[in-house]
Design a protein. Structure first.
Length: 284
C-alpha cells in the first residue's frame, strides 16, 4: 500500500492570498470518500463522533475547517477569509505577535506549514476564535467565536484521550466554558439588535448538519447547565429557569407537551429533564 492509497487530505489547486500579509499559499482540504469517514453517534453537544477506519485510522474533520495563513497566522472559516475590511486588516496586522504568542502558549509545536494533525487542527480553531475579533458585526463574529470555541474544546477532548496527563482535559473544559459565555452573548446581542445573525449560513455546530437557530438556543441552554457559573446559586437557578422555558417553548416540551419532530427533540427532552432535576422541579 502506497502513501497515496492512504491519503486523507490534499492541497487545493486554488491559490489563496492572505488579506493581512499577502502571503500566497494552498489550503489543505480533507478527502472524505472511500470509507475515510465512518460516522458514529452524536453527543449531547451535537458533536459527531467518527469511528476509526482500518485503512485510514481516525480522521478529525474539524481539523480542516479553518483557513490559516502559514506566515502571519491570520485565520477564519474559509468563506470569511478574504472578506476582512481594511480596518480589520489593520487590527490583524497589529495583533500578529499576540495571536501567535497566545496559540504557542497552549500549542507550542503548532506549525501551519505542515499537514494538519489533531494538534494543529485544535490550534487552527483557537486562532479563528481569536481572529474573529477583527471582523465587524455584519459577519456575526460572536456566534462564530462560540462555535469555534466549542470545536476547540472537542478537539482538546480528543487530545486528552490520546495524550493523557498533559491537562488537555482541563483546557477542553475551559474552552467549553468560553463557548457557553459566547453562545449566550451572541443570542443576547441578536435579541437586543446589537449583532444580528445574518452572517451565519450554517450554525453547525459540527460539520455534518446545520441545526439552525434552534440548535444554537439548545446549545446555549445545554452549555449553561454543564459549564455555566455556579458561584451564585440564586443567579444560577434563575438562569436555568429561563433556559428551561426557552427549551420548552422551542421544542414543545413540558406539561402540555405535544411531540415535535426533529433531530434535536430527544436531546432537548433530556436537557429539559436534567434542568428540572437540578432545580428540583417537576411538570406533574
Amino acid at each position: 500500500m502506497t502513501a497515496e492509497d492512504v491519503k486523507i487530505s490534499f492541497l487545493s489547486k486554488e491559490e489563496y492570498l492572505c488579506p493581512v500579509c499577502e502571503t500566497s499559499f494552498h489550503r489543505e482540504e480533507l478527502l472524505s470518500g472511500s470509507g475515510r469517514l465512518i460516522a458514529g453517534k452524536i453527543t449531547d453537544e451535537l458533536h459527531r463522533l467518527y469511528e476509526p477506519s482500518a485503512k485510514f485510522g481516525v480522521i478529525y474533520p474539524l481539523a480542516y475547517q479553518v483557513t490559516v495563513c502559514p506566515e502571519c497566522w491570520f485565520a477564519s472559516m474559509d468563506k470569511d477569509f478574504t472578506s476582512l475590511t481594511d480596518k480589520g486588516k489593520e487590527k490583524a496586522r497589529a495583533g500578529r505577535e499576540k495571536r501567535i504568542k497566545n496559540v504557542r502558549l497552549i500549542f507550542p509545536s503548532a506549525d501551519f506549514k505542515k499537514p494538519r494533525d489533531l494538534l494543529n487542527g485544535a490550534a487552527s480553531l483557537y486562532l479563528a476564535l481569536c481572529c474573529y475579533d477583527y471582523y465587524s458585526k455584519e459577519f456575526s463574529p460572536t456566534m462564530k467565536q462560540a462555535v469555534t470555541a466549542l470545536r476547540t474544546g472537542w478537539l482538546l477532548d480528543e487530545l486528552a484521550e490520546k495524550y493523557p496527563g498533559y491537562h488537555y482535559d482541563w483546557l477542553a473544559r475551559l474552552f467549553k466554558k468560553k463557548s457557553q459565555f459566547l453562545y449566550n452573548e451572541a443570542i443576547f446581542k441578536e435579541q437586543n439588535g446589537k449583532e444580528n445573525l445574518s452572517g451565519i449560513k450554517n450554525f453547525g455546530p459540527d460539520t455534518d448538519k446545520n441545526y439552525s437557530y434552534e440548535g444554537a438556543l439548545y446549545l446555549s441552554a445545554l452549555l449553561k447547565l454543564k459549564y455555566g457559573p455556579r458561584e451564585n446559586a440564586e443567579a444560577r437557578a434563575e438562569s436555568l429557569g429561563a433556559a428551561k422555558r426557552t427549551i420548552a417553548k422551542i421544542f414543545g416540551l413540558g406539561k402540555s407537551s405535544k411531540s415535535k419532530p426533529g433531530p434535536l427533540l430527544e436531546h432537548a427532552r433530556n436537557l429539559y429533564d436534567n434542568i428540572n432535576k437540578e432545580l428540583n422541579e417537576t411538570d406533574e
